[in-house]
Design a protein around this ligand. Structure first.
Ligand code: PHE
Ligand code: NA
Length: 448
């Protein structure tokens, strides 16, 4: 058998893992979900959930991947036994990553479209109303959306087919630093745009009367989504990691970068929302309607808009490659398919599955499930609110209670540095994480 691939460096791993976690979730989704759920209280629950549930589970996923040394299903099979029911957890996470890829690519396609729109100068000197109209026009053109969705998936497939070091790692090293610089620029711009005070108040002053069980679930769900947990990604990425890496410090770095980017994005976008008199609860179109306003009157604004949407597309790309890698790794490791063949077929599959999501913005707008959810909403809700948190919870229960490793082995592999880390992780992963997710679900059931 050929040697299994590995990351070329720890930094490469951190950039790839944060490339996965930093994505549309931070820049597109976080602001609008926070907006829809009342702001501050949502943000607080989200931060607490990252700290107490997200980071321990990310460590657990890295651990399972590194100890299992294979794709998400194979790692469970190796650790728990080939016919163990735990392999189902691996299986559902592979499916989750695949469904996620299908509708993620639709939104990422919008970013590509906006790159072209801004390069062509369409967004220059447009009024906020005209900018809103441009977004609705895009949503009502299925052909255009399909074109961009396909481009995005081809780019994803091209990178994944080049493998770990030459594909995923190399591109993450280029894309992530660029993204960061640009966000910083936007953040500073937001500070001077007049709406910064209201934006900070909206994001950071918690009014708990606005916190419904629904928004609690949204906050916990989003913390899994944003850290790429419960979808086998961190298991798969962890499996390419060397034995010595300190999983605690890796998880802290990745989560800190992710959180920082989400908050920066919020502080870049909400000032514009408030100073342009837009609705913070506007939904999925929020970024596409605010950022162009920022740039429409700035000198060289068209160029900045091009760069922004390009980077948003790249952030999406570094996440989508991780989603695709989950199922590619499964075919490569378990079914001995070639990387090229797996990548091609799976991205084609994701394209087809993405079509109903895409049509739910136009042709099939009226096809709804459970009342008012379109197919896109349905996939999003299924993944974000259910599959990721449940998958993450299963990982927590397995690694806290069932993983057959002596505690000294675990201690050694999770954190070389400090002695307090392991006992704390142990408590969080055994009790706090599963119970927190369970409570949120029970609460949720109470309302339906
Ligand atoms: N974390 C990514 C984002 O914030 C989304 C993602 C979720 C990626 C799950 C992989 C797995 O955009
Ligand atoms: Na994220």
């Amino acid at each position: 058998m050929t040697q299994r691939s590995q990351w070329a460096s720890r930094l490469g791993f951190i950039l790839a893992a944060s490339g996965s976690s930093i994505g549309l979730g931070n820049i597109w989704k976080f602001p609008y979900v926070a907006g829809q759920n009342g702001g501050g209280a949502f943000v607080l629950v989200y931060l607490v959930s990252i700290l107490l549930v997200g980071i321990p589970i990310m460590m657990a996923e890295f651990l399972l991947g590194r100890e299992g040394g294979k794709d998400a299903i194979g790692s469970f099979a190796r650790l728990a036994g080939k016919n163990s029911p735990w392999c189902l957890v691996g299986g559902t996470s592979v499916i989750a990553a695949f469904i996620l890829l299908s509708f993620y690519a639709v939104v990422a396609g919008w970013c590509f479209d906006y790159v072209v729109k801004s390069a062509a100068g369409t967004l220059q000197h447009a009024s906020p109303e005209q900018i809103s109209a441009l977004f609705s026009d895009l949503l009502s053109s299925p052909g255009q959306m399909i074109f961009w969705q396909a481009c995005f998936l081809m780019a994803t497939a091209a990178i994944v087919s080049c493998g770990i070091q030459h594909g995923i790692e190399r591109w993450s090293k280029i894309l992530m630093p660029l993204l960061f610089l640009l966000l910083l620029y936007l953040f500073v711009h937001g500070l001077f745009s007049g709406g910064a005070g209201r934006a900070a108040q909206f994001l950071f002053s918690a009014d708990f009367s606005l916190l419904t069980p629904q928004s609690l679930l949204a906050a916990v769900g989003h913390s899994f989504f944003t850290l790429s947990l419960g979808a086998g990604v961190m298991i798969t990425y962890g499996s390419y990691l060397d034995r010595q890496a300190d999983l605690f410090s890796m998880a802290i770095k990745v989560s800190a970068l992710d959180t920082m980017v989400a908050l920066l994005a919020g502080m870049a976008i909400f000032p514009v929302v408030f100073s342009a008199g837009l609705d913070p609860g506007a939904g999925p179109g929020l970024v596409f309607q605010t950022i162009p306003i920022v740039f429409s009157s700035a000198p060289m604004g068209w160029l900045l808009a091009v760069v922004f949407f390009l980077l948003l597309a790249f952030a999406a790309l570094s996440s989508s490659i991780s989603m695709l890698e989950v199922s590619v790794a499964w075919l490569v490791d378990e079914k001995q398919w070639s990387r090229f063949k797996s990548t091609t077929l799976l991205s084609l599959g994701a394209f087809l599955l993405g079509l109903p999501s895409l049509f739910s913005f136009n042709l099939w707008h009226d096809v709804t499930f459970f009342g008012s959810l379109t197919f896109f909403d349905l996939c999003d809700k299924l993944i974000t609110s259910y599959m990721l948190p449940l998958g993450g919870m299963a990982v927590a229960v397995y690694s806290g209670w069932f993983l057959k490793r002596s505690s000294s082995q675990c201690r050694q592999s999770l954190c070389c540095a400090q002695s307090w880390i392991y006992p704390l992780w142990s408590i969080l992963i055994r009790f706090v994480a599963p119970v927190a997710v369970a409570i949120v679900f029970i609460q949720q059931l109470g309302v339906i």
